[in-house]
Design a protein around this ligand. Structure first.
Ligand SMILES: [Cu+2]
Length: 146
């Protein structure tokens, strides 16, 4: 299977998984009042032969921080330049610490390691991302900035 086909398949699987969550959360999320910036945690997990981001889909507000937390296995966070909103790529480059190549964070092999990004001033919309070593095993996630 080519990488682009894997990516397509991964996001179909992701959409099915996230659909129930999205349906129940979207009505409430639309009416949220402005609030102080918040920190969210996305766990990076290897368990029973599977590699996942948990939660697989996370909705944040502009100005929030996301901590990708290594729980088990060795993972990273990488974005596709064509799977983020218009104008977001340059801002992601600035917001991503210690990149190993474009839009690619370093691996976090130790339990408790964190990859931290502040999403201040970035365009609203969906940001699809993946774990480089586990893309073929469909370790993908979506971040939504509302
Ligand atoms: Cu991984």
């Amino acid at each position: 299977m080519s990488l682009s086909r894997i990516r397509t398949a991964a996001f179909i699987a992701l959409a099915v998984t996230a659909a129930a969550v999205t349906t129940t959360q979207s009505a409430a999320a639309r009416t949220l009042p402005p609030r102080a910036p918040k920190t969210h945690v996305v766990k990076m997990i290897t368990q029973n032969g599977k590699q996942i981001f948990d939660p697989v889909k996370l909705t944040i507000q502009a100005g929030d921080t996301v901590e990708w937390l290594a729980v088990s296995g060795s993972h990273n966070v990488a974005f596709w330049a064509d799977s983020v909103p218009e104008g977001a790529v340059d801002m992601l480059k600035k917001a991503m610490p210690a990149t190993t190549k474009e839009l690619t964070g370093p691996r976090k092999p130790l339990k408790g390691d964190k990859y931290v990004m502040v999403f201040a001033g970035m365009p609203k919309g969906e940001y699809d991302y993946y774990c480089t070593p586990h893309l073929k095993k469909m370790m993908v996630g979506t971040l939504v900035i509302k």
